[in-house]
Design a protein around this ligand. Structure first.
Ligand code: SF4
Length: 332
C-alpha cells in the first residue's frame, strides 16, 4: 500500500531546497541470475525543505539512512521516487550534462577528511581541481581564489603546497570546507562533517561553518548521529529512524518539548551543562533493525518503551502536533 507523502513544514517562504516524498531503495541481488529478491528501504518517503541561510540538522543512529538522503539530494544516487527542487527547479531527473551547472550550487563535506582528500595532491591542487573541472578562471586567477579560500577557512596561504598527511584532522576538514566553497554554492551538505574530530576541534569547525553561513548566506543540511553536535548549528532538526523522518521541528521545540519516543531517547544522551536540570533517561536497547525487512507497523516498535498492540500493525503518519512541529507516533 502506498503511504501518504510526508508533509514539509516550515515558515512558508519559498524554500531553496524542497524535498518531497523522497525514496531510495536498493535492490538486494542473490543467486546465479542476480535477480533482485528484496530491497533495502534506505530512504522511504521523506519530505523537508531548507530556506536560504538556514541549517536543517538531520539526526539518527548509524544505518537510519541519513547519509543516503544527502547523496540522493545531491543526485550522486538516483532517487527511486519523489522530487528534489532547487530554487524551484525540479532536478530529480536531470541527466548528467544538465546536472553539471546544478552541481556548482550544491556541495558536500564528508565525514572523514583524510580519505576524502587525494593523498598524492597538494592541498591547493585539491581545492583548485574543482575550478578546473568547471572551467573557471585562468591559472593565476584560480591560484588567487584558492589562496583566498585558504585564508577564509583559517589556513595559511603557504599551506597550499602541503599534502593532506601534513595537516591535523581539523585542518584537513578545513581543506574540505575550502573545496566545498570553491564554486560559490548555495547549499552545502555536511555528512557527519565533525564526527571524526576531537570535541574541541568540532566546536572550531562548527563555528567556522556558522561564520561562513552568516557571511555567504549559505544553506546547510547538517547530518549527524548525535543531537549534541547539531544543537548549536541547526535552526530546525529532523530526526530520522529506519528511512523515515519521525519528528521535525525547530531546534528549541525539539530540545524542550520532544514528542517522539526516539527523539526522547536520543536527547537523553545529550549532556546538560546545568546540573539542576534533569532530563528523563531513556536507554535504547539493541541496534537499528535491518532496513531490508523493517519491523511492521511503526518501525520503532521493537525498541520503543511505550509500544502498544496497534504499533505493531499500523504505520504512524507524520502529522502536525503543533505549529511547525510534525511527529509520527500513534500516541501523539
Ligand atoms: Fe512507540 Fe508506538 Fe509511537 Fe511507534 S507509534 S513511537 S512504537 S508509541
Amino acid at each position: 500500500m502506498t503511504e501518504p507523502a510526508q508533509t514539509s513544514v516550515g515558515t512558508g517562504e519559498a524554500p531553496l531546497l524542497d524535498i518531497v516524498n523522497l525514496k531510495k531503495h536498493f535492490p538486494v541481488k542473490k543467486g546465479f541470475l542476480s535477480r533482485g529478491v528484496s530491497k533495502v528501504y534506505a530512504v522511504d518517503g521523506i519530505s523537508f525543505h531548507i530556506n536560504q541561510g538556514e541549517t536543517l540538522g538531520l539526526v539518527g543512529e548509524s544505518g537510519c539512512g541519513k547519509s543516503t538522503v544527502g547523496r540522493t539530494v545531491l543526485r550522486l544516487l538516483d532517487p527511486t521516487e519523489g522530487s528534489i527542487k532547487l530554487n524551484g527547479r525540479d532536478i530529480t531527473h536531470l541527466n548528467k550534462a544538465d546536472m553539471r551547472p546544478v552541481r556548482r550550487e550544491m556541495q558536500i563535506i564528508f565525514q572523514d577528511p583524510y580519505s576524502s582528500l587525494n593523498p598524492r595532491m597538494s592541498a591547493g591542487d585539491i581545492v583548485e581541481e574543482l575550478l578546473i573541472v568547471h572551467g573557471i578562471g585562468t591559472a593565476p586567477e584560480r591560484k588567487q581564489r584558492v589562496a583566498e579560500l585558504f585564508e577564509r577557512v583559517g589556513l595559511r596561504k603557504a599551506q597550499m603546497n602541503s599534502f593532506p598527511h601534513e595537516f591535523s584532522g581539523g585542518q584537513r576538514q578545513r581543506i574540505g570546507i575550502a573545496r566545498a566553497l570553491a564554486l560559490n554554492p548555495q547549499v552545502i551538505i555536511g555528512d557527519e562533517p565533525v564526527s571524526a574530530l576531537d570535541v574541541s576541534i568540532q566546536a572550531q569547525v562548527i563555528n567556522l561553518l556558522m561564520d561562513l553561513q552568516a557571511e555567504l548566506n549559505l544553506s546547510y543540511l547538517f547530518i549527524a548521529h548525535d543531537l549534541a553536535v547539531v544543537e548549536h548549528i541547526s535552526h530546525r532538526i529532523a530526526v530520522m529512524y529506519l528511512g523515515k523522518i519521525v519528528e521535525y521541528t525547530d531546534k528549541k521545540t525539539l530540545f524542550t518539548n520532544p514528542q517522539h519516543p526516539y527523539t526522547e531517547a536520543l536527547l537523553s544522551a545529550v549532556p546538560i551543562p546545568d546540573p539542576t536540570i534533569k532530563r528523563k533517561k531513556t536507554i535504547l536497547q539493541g541496534d537499528v533493525p535491518s532496513p531490508i525487512q523493517p519491523p511492521s507497523g511503526c518501525h520503532f516498535h521493537t525498541r520503543c518503551p511505550y509500544a502498544e498492540a496497534q504499533c505493531k500493525i499500523d504505520v504512524p503518519v507524520l502529522k502536525a502536533y503543533g505549529p511547525g512541529h510534525m511527529v509520527s507516533c500513534h500516541l501523539r
